[in-house]
Design a protein around this ligand. Structure first.
Ligand SMILES: NC(=O)c1ccc[n+]([C@@H]2O[C@H](COP(=O)([O-])OP(=O)(O)OC[C@H]3O[C@@H](n4cnc5c(N)ncnc54)[C@H](OP(=O)(O)O)[C@@H]3O)[C@@H](O)[C@H]2O)c1
Length: 291
């Protein structure tokens, strides 16, 4: 019942490792040192050793701004690395579950992005992730590509932790209010992937064409970064993580010039029936747990 997990030390990777037992699954996870996904032979070696039934790729280059000046590295990990995992999955005739991003879209659509919308990344990170999706789909037939957005959780770096840190340092914060999307708990992404892996491993007879391919993971409600920050401080005050919320001011993206343009709207919808996430209760659980 083994899953080979790449990127086991990331926000999502750690949740997958922790939550697998709930699904009756065993995870053999590797961080970047244990199994560098840009090294095809290293993946082959680890797969031969643990004989997985499924591979999950939670490894990625996720530094969106830095990617503009590290294009080769971003592509090596997000495209070539993903491609290597797909090759090994195909060689072993096992499924690959791969995670991708809302940043494959340019953000110019007015409604939610669905799976049939055509990607048009506006950043190196987005380009590298889209190239990874194409490589994965090209190498391995038994593939799931799950696009997620604005990931947060108890592990690693994310917007929730940044806001709490800045809120502790300052009485007043400016937060961007013209980029719209949806925060997604790392726990929910882990559960979605583990649910899919469980079916692939334990009930393969029930699998149909509807279980494969590209899926969006919608998360409700959609918000701007400013609205997300307001909810973080509201809840943090309520559960006693902070004594008093800072004043937060909505500002335009031009107030924070960054090396890369981010999509104006990257909210994900679905036509594939993926169960939508409610992120606010999970934010509360994270804040209570970390308290
Ligand atoms: N974070 C977001 O807001 C967000 C939004 C949309 C989609 N996503 C997607 O969601 C997935 C999970 O993201 P996350 O937030 O969990 O990312 P994360 O916390 O940055 O974790 C990524 C992990 O990948 C590892 N890694 C980097 N290069 C590697 C290599 N060559 N070989 C093996 N492992 C390597 C990193 O290890 P080191 O720490 O040692 O470098 C890190 O532990 C990614 O596919 C990402 O593109 C994330």
């Amino acid at each position: 019942m083994t899953i080979l997990l790449a990127g086991a030390n990331g926000q999502v990777g750690r949740e997958i490792s922790e939550r697998a037992t709930k699904f009756g699954l065993e995870v053999v996870g590797f961080d970047a040192q244990g199994m560098d996904i840009t090294d095809l032979e290293a993946i082959r070696r680890q797969a031969a050793a643990c004989q997985p039934k499924v591979i999950i790729n939670a490894a990625a280059y996720t530094a969106v701004d830095k990617a503009e000046s590290e294009r080769d590295l971003a592509f090596a990990i997000n495209c070539d690395g993903a491609s290597n995992l797909a090759r090994v999955s195909a060689e072993r005739n096992i499924p690959l579950l791969h995670i991708s991003t809302d940043y494959v879209f340019d953000g110019e659509k007015d409604g939610d992005y669905i799976e049939s919308d055509v990607p048009n990344p506006v950043s190196v990170y987005g380009e590298s992730k889209y190239a990874g999706e194409l490589a994965v789909a090209g190498h391995c037939e038994q593939t799931v590509i799950l696009r997620v957005s604005w990931v947060f959780g108890q592990y690693g770096h994310n917007f929730v932790k940044t806001m709490l840190r800045l809120g502790a340092e300052r009485d007043e914060l400016n937060v961007v209010n013209d980029q719209y999307g949806a925060p997604t708990p790392a726990t929910s992404i882990a559960d979605t992937l583990l649910g899919m892996a469980e079916k692939m491993i334990k009930r393969p007879d029930e699998l149909t064409i509807d279980d494969w391919g590209l899926f969006h993971l919608p998360s409700d409600p959609g918000v701007t970064w400013y609205e997300f920050a307001a909810e973080i401080f509201e809840q943090a005050e309520k559960v006693g993580v902070i004594e008093q919320k800072p004043k937060i001011n909505p500002v335009g993206s031009e107030a924070y010039p960054t090396p890369v343009k981010r999509p104006r709207n990257s909210r994900l919808g679905t036509i594939r029936g993926t169960t939508a996430i409610e992120w606010r209760p999970e934010l509360q659980r994270m804040l209570v747990k970390g308290n």
